[in-house]
Design a protein around this ligand. Structure first.
Ligand SMILES: Nc1ncnc2c1ncn2[C@@H]1O[C@H](COP(=O)(O)OP(=O)(O)OP(=O)(O)O)[C@@H](O)[C@H]1O
Length: 295
């Protein structure tokens, strides 16, 4: 047993920071400063983590499912959240990232993946009750593998003597991205502000259109019953102005002065949709970093 972990792992490594009053405030400031164009994700993530942190006896692990188009900030946010839960973030021994196409690529090895994953999750939560598990490309994960995760997400006091109720599972998926984009486009075309989009504007579309429809195929029937996902978090497609913010953020990260000509040139290189109005970036803020290298 790791010397820095108590028997149940309630207090993990010295660097482990439970979300106290200030860390949640720090997370709020960080999301407001670094995450562009995602007012809903910021609002829901803060609400979810604050509630989970304040609950001294959660009945189940916190399970968040982040949905949206490519390059809209899902991985980016999960890294920020991980760093607020465990100071070393993705480098922490208590934060684990799985990428479907990398870690679970072969359909004929599903049984092996199930056994490995269950052993891995059990071992890590035994070492640290507040372990964080991030599953990227969830929409590409075979249902059989996902079903191996389900027992850990459920309302069990303990599973084989281990309590998972203080752990956090974060699923990242492109599923539903098209439906989220449709709602954003409807708002734009109606001349309504992006920031006026509320979760209730998306829930009916998402829950009926994708998540609750067991036969949608997008969300793997039998995969995750709504009851096990605590929060569905929509990521909106990013506009030209958000791409420019990403370019500026990258320039600041490189210690360069902000050159608005370069900001404009890089943003102009990106492609936008729909064809007629060219509002949203096809790749979100992805490839901004590499494009900046050429300016
Ligand atoms: N909303 C955003 N605000 C600020 N930066 C962003 C945002 N979205 C993306 N970025 C920048 O683009 C990079 C790539 O984004 P990220 O990996 O989070 O996309 P993603 O939504 O996970 O995409 P995919 O679904 O393809 O994995 C991030 O590391 C970040 O630098």
């Amino acid at each position: 047993m790791r010397k820095d972990a108590t028997r149940f792992g309630f207090d993990c490594a010295p660097g482990h920071r439970r979300l106290g009053a200030s860390p949640v405030f720090a997370l709020k400031l960080e999301l407001e400063e670094k995450l562009f164009g995602q007012h809903l994700a910021t609002e829901v993530i803060l609400k979810a983590l604050t509630g989970f942190k304040n609950n001294k006896n959660p009945k189940k692990p916190l399970t968040l499912s982040l949905h949206g188009w490519a390059g809209t900030g899902k991985n980016f946010v999960s890294q920020i959240v991980a760093e607020n839960l465990h100071s070393k973030g993705l480098k922490s021994n208590f934060v684990h990232l799985f990428v479907s196409t990398l870690h679970f690529p072969h359909e004929h090895q599903i049984k092996l993946y199930q056994d490995q994953l269950q052993g891995w999750i059990r071992g890590n939560v035994s070492a640290c009750a507040s372990s964080v598990f991030i599953f990227d490309e969830m929409d590409k994960l075979h249902p059989g593998v996902i079903d191996a995760i389900k027992p850990f997400l459920d309302y069990y006091e303990e599973v084989d003597g281990v309590s998972y109720r203080k752990a956090i599972f974060i699923f990242l998926s492109n599923a539903g991205g098209d439906l989220i984009t449709k709602i954003a486009l409807d708002f734009w075309r109606a001349g309504r502000k992006r920031e006026d989009i509320q979760l209730k504007d998306l829930e009916p579309v998402l829950s009926v259109g994708v998540f609750n429809n067991k036969h949608s195929g997008l969300w793997h029937s039998g995969l995750i019953d709504r009851n096990l996902i605590d929060y569905f978090i929509p990521f909106l497609p990013l506009e030209y102005r958000h791409v420019k913010m990403c370019v500026r953020a990258e320039m600041r990260a490189r210690g360069s002065a902000i050159d608005e000509d370069i900001v404009t040139r890089v943003a102009e290189e990106m492609t936008f949709f729909p064809k007629s109005e060219k509002i949203y970036s096809d790749k979100g803020c992805k490839t901004v970093q590499s494009r900046l290298d050429f300016h």
